[in-house]
Write a protein that binds this ligand. Structure first.
Ligand code: SF4
Length: 397
């Protein structure tokens, strides 16, 4: 393995561990960061991913490692990892020892713009890096009314905690389309539309309206969109997303073990026909959208590792790309205070998932087109192995 590759794998190991364990910081050191013009700050659009709430305190969304991996910032003052400020610069440390200097992620241009109705575009769509934007049209999930929220999910608690302070709101198709047009003008090339369940599962009409508006405002017939939905009871609905212009579709099964799924995702059982139907929906979607054009996700760390890998492998054999991002026991979820597996467990999982994707013939572009953010560990492994990071060009030049 080349020196650069082995250096990148070391950075990946640190990225994984500091994401899983979180990062300790004295928030006062972030007061020097210019979030109005230069750096991208966290805006709560769906889930709080910091390990504690931080109402009224701004945090950066993430930072880069020396060779260009993007690391998320997740606050946890119990962690051995920390960000320190010294001599005008910031660095990442472990147990007080510097690991490397860091640069915070920049603010995209559209964050300074407003929609025609005066809404902040930064609150309509989050920039999820490398040309991807992310819209959570609804910041609440109607499963709450039935007491059937997924146990790892904190969507409703995040809205209750930050809704007033950060002005979390339902996004209208025109707001989304204007924001997408501004971001695409500035180089963006992928949009994810997602949200919690809405009453009576009427989301398909909304997704069609959003797609129509995006096409009108961007002038693009294929705007490279991913519609993230719950498995529809009527599988015929899946064709409608394709006809509406979405290039890819996502249905996150979250847990592969059928019995654990029933306990962890009671609302997905009662509203979406259960585990068997969810798997059928994914297989049907692969027939409609094609190989590598359907995505699912498993919350890695709730069930045994082999069960998750069995799921990733089975879905890959059907042409479905299934990620297995590390479970973060989010504040406000019913599993708050639980522990996710150790960092090494998650790194091993990411490597095995990437190997399964390779074996199934999924390309990096397919991973990119169906993901909410192209900065997960599986993406990184592809980038390292295929030489897709800018550092490979700069070192070769
Ligand atoms: S369906 Fe489950 S994971 Fe999705 S928003 Fe509702 S509670 Fe959260």
């Amino acid at each position: 393995m080349s020196d650069l590759k082995s250096q990148l794998y070391k950075e990946l190991e640190i990225k994984n561990a500091s994401s899983v364990e979180g990062i300790r910081v004295n928030p006062a050191i972030f007061k020097k960061l210019n979030f109005e013009k230069k750096y991208q700050k966290q805006i709560h659009v769906l889930f709080e991913m910091d390990h504690d709430h931080h109402v009224g305190i701004d945090f950066p969304i993430g930072f880069t490692s020396p060779n260009g991996l993007k690391l998320p910032f997740r606050w946890d003052n119990r962690s051995a990892y920390s960000i320190e400020y010294e001599g005008g610069g910031y660095y990442l440390a472990r147990k007080g020892e510097e690991l490397f200097p860091i640069e915070f992620l920049s603010r995209p241009k559209y964050y300074g713009l407003k929609t025609s109705d005066g809404s902040e575009m930064s609150h309509v769509a989050t920039y999820t890096r490398e040309g991807t934007i992310f819209v959570a049209y609804s910041n609440e999930c109607s499963l709450k009314e039935k007491g059937e929220d997924c146990l790892y999910c904190n969507i409703n608690s995040t809205k209750d905690t930050y809704g007033e302070d950060e002005g979390i709101f339902w996004k209208q198709p025109k707001q989304i389309a204007e924001t997408a047009a501004a971001a695409y003008k500035d180089g963006a090339s992928h949009i994810t539309i997602t949200g919690g369940f809405i009453p009576e599962r009427r989301e398909v009409d909304y997704y069609i309206d959003v797609a129509d508006a995006i096409r009108e405002h961007t002038g693009l017939d294929d705007f490279n969109g991913t519609g993230v939905i719950g498995a529809p009871l009527d599988l015929g609905v899946i064709e409608k997303y394709k006809e509406a212009g979405y290039r890819t579709i996502a249905m996150n099964i979250e847990i592969w073990d059928k019995n654990i799924f029933q306990t962890i995702c009671p609302g997905k059982v009662s509203s979406c026909g259960g585990w068997d139907h969810w798997v059928r929906a994914l297989e049907h979607a692969a027939d409609v959208f094609g190989h590598g054009r359907v995505r699912s996700n498993i919350v890695a760390g709730i069930e045994p590792k082999q069960s998750t890998l069995d799921g990733v492998e089975y879905l890959a054999s059907k042409g479905v790309i299934c990620f297995a991002g590390a479970w973060c026991p989010n504040p406000g979820s019913q599993l708050e205070g639980h522990r996710t597996p150790e960092a090494e467990w998650h790194l091993d999982m990411a490597k095995k998932v990437a190997a399964i994707h390779r074996k199934a013939g999924f390309t990096y572009d397919q991973l990119y087109d169906c993901s909410a953010a192209p900065t997960g560990l599986t993406h990184d492994i592809y980038k390292i192995e295929d030489g897709l990071l800018p550092v490979f060009n700069s070192k070769a030049a």
